[in-house]
Design a protein around this ligand. Sequence first.
Ligand code: NVA
Length: 366
Amino acid sequence: MAKIVNSWNDFDPLKHVIVGRADNSVIPNEEPATSEKVPVDSEMRGMWGPRPLETVEKANAQLDNLAKVLEDHGVKVDRPTPLQWNQPVITPDFRTDSMMTCMPPRDVLLTIGSEIIAAPMSFRCRYWEYLAYWPLLSKYFDEDPEFLWSQAPRPRLTDKSYKHNYYDEKVSLEERLERTANKDFVTTEEEIMFDAADVLRLGKDLFVQHGLTTNRKAMEWMKRKYPDLRVHAVNFPGDPYPIHIDATFVPLRPGLIINNPHRRLPEEQRKIFEANDWEIVDAAMPAHETPPPLCYSSVWLSMNCLVLDHKNVIVEASEHNQLEQMDKLGMNPIPVPFRDAYAFGGALHCATADVYREGGCEDYFP
Ligand code: NVA
């Protein structure tokens, strides 16, 4: 019996990873948490239904290629088992007409040491998404005696979990930014809710973005669950749609992190990095002015890279500014085309979930 699951950060040598699949993906219909998260000017607003087959095939081709590149770099790759995502989700508390996808795994699975936690996500359409990963986690459980297979408390996602009348398309960008600064989000503190992609893991420290998909109660749960770790709430006032930290604040190696220049970490929250000689560098500007069609995310997927070790990093092939910056920062960028997969839930970091990285639980902020 071997150790299969181990990962404490996003930059130690990657040896085993899960890469998502786009099969059967659906654009879900509106529900309380999703309306706020689709930018008002997005062509996605009001659209729902199965994603066009041609786009699914193109995304899968790039996901398969990413898996191959990873294998060529000595990384073992596992893939989830997609469900028929166009089925409704029905619980005693709610009904919604479809699920979504098993791209991106990063939102669902949080790996901390030898534990993988299925996150208690706030979208009703994502309620059963973890099932796509259950065959893999079951296998790891059988093969790795130290693997802790966990699930955070399942939210009920009743109407009490969301602020009513929070979404209003007439709300200006300035007001949205004010809401972020005031930590006023669509989700309430009724129950524990988080997306795994809001958690930045740096060994003994977890930096957790308080935003549209993760609430304070989730951070309180993490504190109690991991008494030996330190949980820090972070909040990026420049982001009108704060969802997932990995296009905002991305570590490249110990002591170096890139920060979205439109979503700078406030002075007060930078102190812990500065006091421990970490360099926070503004990320390069994205190469594109708009995201690809039917995409939920911003152009800042440019910085959503997958670090293979303290030197090598996979960056989207058309993101020439980001590729160049990686080189200047002493990294070796590996370009991989991935824009056809963006619409399915994100870029290279989003599309993956850590199973094994070498290294242990370091204290970077003693
Ligand atoms: N919601 C953020 C992060 C995506 C990984 C964005 O669109 O920039």
